[in-house]
Design a protein around this ligand. Structure first.
Ligand code: 5GP
Ligand code: ZN
Length: 138
């Protein structure tokens, strides 16, 4: 199903032009308009799913191998030495377009870290309590 008001539905299905680097019957992979690094790409399913929780298992199973294929091609073509696969879910997580997408972000030696955080601290008791809360919600 497509969502008529969704820009990524239109891009994924070719109604809006994009710099496409890969396409098959289920996915289009495009270059991001506001790249975090040179070659930053987005994997878009051709059907509308708001986020990873809405993505059916059959689609989800295809996303990671596709991310690996695109990342490997970036290493060959662009000279990056690594890549991040990033996928945001929800406003608090930084999601701005509510059509599932996975970022493939090439990483170059010597460049600033893009995906990083300051490690916090958690006691074994806190971790045990947190683990129980999440386990009980599964
Ligand atoms: P999010 O923050 O939702 O995880 O990522 C959305 C991404 O989509 C951003 O990196 C943004 O630059 C990119 N983006 C938003 N609109 C367009 C567009 O119309 N075309 C392309 N190629 N990228 C877009
Ligand atoms: Zn959509």
């Amino acid at each position: 199903m497509k969502d008529e008001s969704c820009i990524f539905c239109k891009i994924a299905n070719g109604e809006i032009p994009s710099s496409t680097i890969y396409e098959d019957e289920n996915f289009r992979v495009i270059l991001d308009l506001g790249p975090a690094s040179r070659g930053h790409a987005l994997i878009l399913p051709k059907e509308h799913f708001a986020d990873v929780c809405a993505l059916p298992d059959g689609w989800a199973a295809k996303v990671l191998p596709l991310g690996a294929k695109i990342g490997a091609a970036m290493k060959k073509a662009l000279g990056c030495t690594g890549f991040n696969l990033v996928q945001n879910n929800g406003v608090s997580a930084g999601q701005t377009v509510f059509h599932f997408h996975m970022h493939v972000i090439p990483r170059y030696d010597g460049a600033l870290s893009i995906v990083s955080w300051e490690p916090g601290k958690a006691s074994p008791e806190e971790l045990a309590e947190l683990a129980k809360e999440i386990k009980d919600a599964l």
